[in-house]
Each structure stands twice: as structure tokens, then as C-alpha cells.
Design a protein around this ligand. Structure first.
Ligand code: PHE
Length: 450
């Protein structure tokens, strides 16, 4: 391994950084709002099943390729084969991943900016500064551009510091804070009148909904987005893991923590919606479906916080702080993908590579902001709904078919000497060769045709 390549200092460091990447707006915004729009408990059950049936095996494919090759995705995939065609395919797949990670960051920074602006809005509200509160709370090109810039600059500042001093240090600081804030919020919301009704919708599944193809594809997309799959993030984080780590176990921790936090976020937001309803705030659209998406996070919930007086102001402040932290530990992992690629490909310094890439992606964000109606939803669906599952399939195929079985076993056995006799080894290699890609493709095709 080259001297300039970073490495996580410990297994704990890797787990916090990888869960930092995984836990983001996908968990705290995406999962609860998707649950709300897909009938509650049924979505939760489908999500839990798909996260472990599809997303965990695909996560392992990325981590194993990353640790085996110790490279970014563009350099890693061609290394797995000596034949010209798979090598070329590997390079193209890698570039597609880098592009997708950059696209995701370009819209993610906009959404994170909206959420970050709610933090000073809450402070202004608590201190009675009404005009300032309105400026921060309401969307405008100036506010959105400013906070997107701020968020992008924060992300770049951390990535420029490198793996140990930037990514690992900030993830280990921010992730425990996030979990504590979340637990505090859940405990507070569950004591408020109306919460029980939300809890019922969330925890008691209506099993008749579970075979709905739209629900299943959304749950799959959500699981891939939430575990940061397909775009090479986990591959790169895997490339910074020490050979003495037990990868299947470490990956399982990451998947468990990510799913656990999504579940907690649902436990917060769905009951909070019904607390809002109890206080006279409307939580249904005109077609009788539950409000979801930006309206839920940026209108319904703030209305609820407002109706709770000063305590509500503080809850709102903590909530948006939580979302901003979660977004930041994810955005650094997205930026790391194009940065590591540029740095390794063009032999630039980390600082310089970070500066150029972050500026380019910020310009992309501005382009989206200025042409919001035309671009925003397209960029989101192209990058997350289509590209991520497709790249997930390709990565499973590379790990299953291009990486020789002996090398695969050797890679897994490093740090897990009993690997050959394990349940994981008996199932996983065949699983990612056939079943995982087939299942993903079936759902994907179903999604496109519907
Ligand atoms: N997993 C992150 C979230 O849930 C998003 C993400 C996607 C991060 C792709 C990195 C790469 O918000």
C-alpha cells in the first residue's frame, strides 16, 4: 500500500466513519417519509427484509473489493481481471460510480443547506427575532445558495484533512452526538398526546400492502441509498480498512446501526406527525394520503414545533442540528469518491484535489438551484433510483465473477480465520453471483415498466 493512502486507525474508527456515511438524510428524512407515503408498518417490514437480503450482501461486495485492491473504484475494478473486456468494463463502471457520487452530492448539498438554514431560524425564533427567523426559515435563491455553499465548504474542509484527521475524527465526534440527540428527541415526542396513534401506524403492518411492487422498489432503492451503495463510497472506505479486521462482522455492524437509526427516525417522525394532528395541524394531502417529502420536514414539523412554544423551539433546533450532522458525515463520504479518484489518477495533493472537485460540484449545485424545476427531480431519480441499483448489480457481478474464488476466500479469511467454515462463506459467493443481481434487476425492470 502506498504511503500516502490513509487508513482508519481502528475497527471503531471504520465503523463510525462507515455508519457516518450510511446514516444521513436517507435515514432521517427518506425512510420516515417513505414509510408515511407507503402505508406505515408494511414498508418498515419490507425495508428490513430487503436491507439484509440485498443491501448487506452488496455492501460486502464493495468492502471486499476495496480492501482487496486498496484503490478507488476506477482503478480497483479493472484490477480484478486480466482480460481486456472486463478490465474496460471495470473502468467504465468505476467512472460511472464517480459521476453518480458527484451527482448525488450536488443535490444532497442543496437539501442539506435547506436543513442547516433551519438551525439559525430556530435560534432567531427562540430569541424573538421574527424577521431574521423568516429569512432563514423560508426558501429563497439567496438563502438556498448561501447555505448550500456553507455546507459544501464544511464538507470540503473535512475531506481536505484526509482519512484519519478529517473523516475518522469528525465521524467519531459527530456520530455519538447524533445518536444521543435522536434518543432524546424520541423520548420527548413519545410522551406527547397523539404519539400513540402514530406508533400504531408505524409498528402494526398491514400485510396486504407488502407485495405492492411500488412499495418493494421504493424499499429497495431506499436500502441502497441508505447504505451508500453502488457509487464506490463503501469500496473506498473498505480500502482504508486494516487486513486484521473481520469484514463480514464489521459490515454487519454497519448495516445494523444504519437500519437501527432509520428505525429510530421513524419512531420519532411518524408519532410526531400524529402529535401535530392532535394539535390541529393537517397531516393529510387533499387525496387523503399522509403528507411526505419536503412538506413534511420543512412545513408540518416546524408547525408542530411552533405550536409547542419555547420547548418546541428547542426541539426544532435539536432536530435540525441532528439532520445537519447526519448530512455532513454522509456528504464527506460522497466527496471522498471523486477526490480519491482525482488524487490517485492525476497525482494531485489531497488539498488541491478537494478544492477543485468541491468547487466543480458546487457549481453543479448552483446550476440545479437556478433551474430547480427542470433539474432537481431528474438528478435525484437518475442518480438514486436508476444508477445506484444498476451499479450495485455491476459491483456484485465484479465481486462474484471477476474476483477469483481463492482470492475472495483469502481476503475474507484475513481477520476472520474461520471464514471457510462459516455460514457467510457457504452462502454469500453464490448469492452475489446469481441471486442478488437477479433480484435487483427484477425489481428494477418492474419499476421502469410501471
Ligand atoms: N447513505 C446516505 C444517506 O442515507 C447517502 C449516501 C449515498 C452517502 C451515497 C454516500 C453515497 O443519506
Amino acid at each position: 500500500m502506498s504511503k500516502e493512502r490513509g487508513q482508519f486507525s481502528s475497527r471503531f474508527g471504520f465503523i463510525t466513519a462507515a455508519t457516518g456515511s450510511a446514516v444521513g438524510l436517507g435515514n432521517i428524512w427518506g425512510f420516515p417519509t417513505q414509510t408515511a407515503s407507503h402505508g406505515g408498518g408494511a414498508f418498515v417490514v419490507a425495508y428490513l427484509i430487503l436491507a439484509f437480503l440485498l443491501a448487506y450482501p452488496a455492501l460486502m461486495a464493495e468492502l471486499i473489493i476495496g480492501r482487496h485492491t486498496r484503490h478507488n473504484m476506477v482503478a480497483a475494478l479493472p484490477q480484478l481481471s486480466s482480460q481486456p473486456l472486463p478490465r474496460l468494463l471495470g473502468k467504465v463502471t468505476g467512472l460511472y460510480g464517480v459521476l453518480t457520487a458527484s451527482l448525488i452530492l450536488s443535490f444532497y448539498a442543496i437539501v442539506a443547506g435547506w436543513l442547516m438554514a433551519q438551525v439559525p431560524a430556530a435560534v432567531a425564533d427562540i430569541s424573538g427575532q421574527s424577521p431574521a427567523k423568516n429569512w432563514f426559515a423560508q426558501s429563497s435563491l439567496a438563502r438556498d445558495g448561501l447555505f448550500c455553499a456553507l455546507f459544501s465548504a464544511l464538507t470540503a474542509a473535512i475531506v481536505a484533512r484526509g482519512v484519519k484527521d478529517g473523516i475518522e475524527r469528525w465521524s467519531t465526534r459527530l456520530m455519538p452526538a447524533l445518536i444521543l440527540l435522536m434518543l432524546g428527541l424520541v423520548a420527548t415526542v413519545l410522551t406527547l398526546p397523539g404519539a400513540l396513534e402514530g406508533l400504531r401506524l408505524y409498528l402494526i403492518p398491514d400485510f396486504s400492502l407488502i407485495t405492492d411492487p411500488a412499495l418493494l422498489t421504493s424499499a429497495m432503492g431506499q436500502a441502497f441509498f441508505s447504505l451508500s451503495l453502488g457509487v464506490g463510497t463503501m469500496l473506498i472506505y473498505g480500502s482504508y480498512v486494516s487486513k486484521s479486521d473481520n469484514l463480514p462482522l464489521t459490515g454487519a455492524y454497519v448495516a445494523l446501526i444504519d437500519t437501527g437509526i432509520a428505525f429510530l427516525a421513524g419512531l420519532l417522525i411518524i408519532p410526531a406527525m400524529f402529535v401535530a394532528q392532535h394539535r390541529g395541524i393537517s397531516i393529510y394531502n387533499t387525496d387523503n394520503t399522509l403528507i411526505a417529502g419536503p412538506d413534511l420536514i420543512l412545513q408540518t414539523l416546524p408547525e408542530l414545533f411552533n405550536s409547542l412554544g419555547v420547548a418546541g423551539g428547542i426541539i426544532g433546533l435539536v432536530f435540525f442540528l441532528l439532520l445537519s450532522i447526519a448530512a455532513l458525515t454522509s456528504s464527506i463520504s460522497m466527496l471522498e469518491v471523486p477526490v480519491t479518484f482525482t488524487l490517485e489518477q492525476f497525482k494531485l495533493s489531497r488539498r488541491r484535489a478537494t478544492y477543485w472537485i468541491a468547487t466543480t460540484i458546487f457549481i453543479l449545485s448552483l446550476l440545479i438551484l437556478f433551474n430547480f424545476d427542470a433539474l432537481f427531480t431528474t438528478v435525484v431519480s437518475v442518480s438514486t433510483q436508476y444508477s445506484q441499483p444498476l451499479l450495485g448489480v455491476l459491483l456484485c457481478l465484479f465481486a462474484g465473477w471477476a474476483l477469483h474464488r481463492d482470492k475472495l476466500l483469502r481476503e475474507i479469511s484475513a481477520g476472520f480465520p474461520a471464514a471457510e467454515q462459516s455460514f457467510f462463506w457457504k452462502i454469500w459467493p453464490g448469492y452475489i453471483r446469481f441471486i442478488c443481481p437477479l433480484l435487483i434487476i427484477t425489481m428494477f425492470v418492474q419499476n421502469i415498466s410501471s
